[in-house]
Design a protein around this ligand. Structure first.
Ligand code: MEV
Length: 334
């Protein structure tokens, strides 16, 4: 655990020496941690109802630094449940107090790339550096639930474990952990797969996850068609596990296209998403929205990433070509 004795007074004495101003020697404990963003390859929204989902970890990360402070703050703003909910709940759930938190991130916020879950995970990891993966996943999910409302543990579990996970309400032999919430028990397993060539396209429209999750819940309760679509997403995700293990890009692409049609049925696609998907389809095995939808990002599996990037940019989106099988949460040297 990176612990550094530092005094934050202005007299610039050496570490551990007496401070002229405060007339004492005071030690500030600093820790830092990071966690990755994510894409959902298959099964977003359906996973909230206990259907299967597959998520992988991006190279884009969020970094959190913690140090002792007289007043609790988040990037210089005093903590409160409304304006800084993740930090507020992370402190409460980790049992820590009296800290200043600073955050920097490469993950665009509100883009469906898991910035909020990565923040929850990095916060807990920095507040409790010795925590085990299983407890980190559980506590970060509790932070996410408190901050977002209804949620599955898919985003926080992938930000914790990294690489790729398969999440389902059915038990598996390779289970990493199980988590209960919203009357569902989710079983989370590592998914061994090859890096597949994915381009991410951001519509430029930020969409909050919580309201979209609540919209799908309302439609699910009202319409049989939506309940059937959710169940079908679960089934095709099971097929996708097999296709990913075989690295069968053609099958993966077909399943992504089917998943996208079903996401449209449950009301989370948008004009901007469809515009980007239409643009990349001629150069892709398959494409779909990723995350909560309503804006945010699409993903396309392709042999021709530069052509897909161009197609996205021509339609006014921004493209990222990045690793989608990256390391999970880790402590950092601050
Ligand atoms: C958001 O990244 C994924 C959703 O399925 C919500 C969740 O799982 O909590 C839309």
């Amino acid at each position: 655990m990176p612990i550094q004795p530092v005094c934050h007074c202005s007299c610039q004495h050496s570490e551990g020496d007496e401070c002229y101003k405060r007339k004492d020697i005071h030690l500030h404990v600093k820790t830092a941690a990071s966690a990755p963003g994510k894409i959902i390859l298959f099964g977003e929204h359906a996973v909230v109802f206990g259907e299967s989902s597959i998520a992988t970890a991006l190279q884009l990360r969020i970094r959190v630094k913690i140090e002792d402070a007289e007043r609790e703050s988040f990037n210089g703003v005093y903590l409160d449940a409304r304006s800084t909910p993740h930090a507020f709940h992370a402190l409460r759930l980790s049992g820590r107090s009296g800290v200043g938190i600073s955050v920097s991130s490469d993950i665009p916020a509100g883009a469906g790339l898991g910035s909020s879950a990565a923040l929850s995970v990095a916060l807990i990891r920095a507040l409790r550096p010795e925590i085990e993966e299983r407890e980190l996943a559980e506590l970060s999910y509790r932070v996410e639930l408190a901050a977002q409302g209804r949620a599955s543990p898919a985003d926080t579990s992938i930000a914790t474990h990294g690489r790729a996970i398969y999440i389902s309400s059915r038990e598996t032999a390779e289970e990493l952990w199980s988590i209960r919430g919203n009357e569902v028990t989710w079983h989370v397993s590592h998914l061994e797969m090859k890096q597949i060539p994915v381009v991410i396209g951001f519509t430029g429209i930020q969409a909050a996850t919580g309201p979209l999750v609540m919209k799908v819940k309302t439609l699910y309760e009202k319409y049989k068609l939506v309940r059937e679509a959710i169940a079908e997403i679960g089934l095709l995700t099971e097929e996708a596990v097999v296709a990913l293990r075989r690295n069968d890009l053609v099958r993966i692409g077909e399943l992504m296209d089917r998943n996208q049609r079903l996401l449209t049925v449950i009301g989370v696609s948008s004009r901007e998403i469809e515009k980007l998907i239409d643009a990349v389809r001629p150069y892709s095995y398959g494409a779909k929205l990723t995350g909560a939808g309503g804006g945010g990002c699409i993903i396309a599996v392709t042999d021709n990433p530069e052509r897909v990037r161009e197609a996205i940019e021509l339609r006014g989106g921004s493209a990222f070509i990045t690793s989608i099988y990256s390391e999970g949460a880790r402590c950092e040297n601050e």
